[in-house]
Design a protein around this ligand. Sequence first.
Ligand SMILES: [Zn+2]
Length: 341
Amino acid sequence: MACSTDRIPARYRRGTGGPFTGLSRRGLLGLATAAAFASAGRAGAGAMPLQVAATTGMIADTARVIGGDSVSVRALMGPGIDPHSFRQTRSDIAALTRADLVLWHGLYLEAQMEDFLIRLGARQPVVAVGEAVPESLRIAHPDYAGRFDPHVWMVPDLWRHVADAIAGALSGARPDAARDVSRNARAFRADLDRLGGYAAETLATVPPEARVLVTAHDAFGYFGRAYGFEVEGIQGISTESEAGLARIGELVNMLVARGIRAVFVESTVSDRNIRALIEGAAARGHEVRIGGELFSDAMGQPGTYEGTYIGMIDHNMTTIARALGGQAPARGLNGLLAAGG
Ligand SMILES: [Zn+2]
């Protein structure tokens, strides 16, 4: 397969240092988007792209990579947007009703939109792709019977089920593009495998006593289960409930007692509670620092590596490993991370 840098989609290029500085040829070949891009002009020649509306950026990016030229995807929620509290605007409603296919996450992630999306599904193709994760692999919600933790994107092996559901929905809506979709989906699965392998390898270098992840809300339950980390969110699985002082006090005690040195802020949640933890620990003579910002429920800026699903998760894995005393390359799996953890 021929592959040169001019075939890489602009969205993976960095603003400085030129495209793909430091990216090996092998790494380059591993990017599913290269395969998607190589199919340019072949998919459904002459046909209009399928208009897809997706709620989260993670779903939108996966649909773009797998759909290639046969789709045009719009994400409702941009960087920093909290899906637990997001409500559709009038222009979102217009985009959703005009779309040929609507992809949402489900599992009660879009809590404020759920009724609307279910009603919309009675009139047009609407698919809750997060619900493709088999029930046996889901984490039950601690407070509600029959509900589950929605944060399945945190683990590439789980996201594979969602990617397959997206591929199925795209092929169903555009049978003429099914061959390209299935080839792109295969390449994306290979990328997920590489990312999952990298995550397991780098996170295993974190000393066992330091495998405690403290974040603003409980977005990392699947991450913890997959990679053997204890996870503590100040708020619960949703951001809808306020954290109590008692919970903050409890976590300060834990940080001090166990000598935990880093906690993490999240891109979609205010850092107020995390700063309260740091101040609480400092008042007890224990220094805790911010280990970095994690992309919890939304990706980074469009046009950056962190603004893709692969880049978002690479950033999280690399930042966590490095902040908690493990070893990971500063610029991550593909040499593309911005800040170097
Ligand atoms: Zn969340």
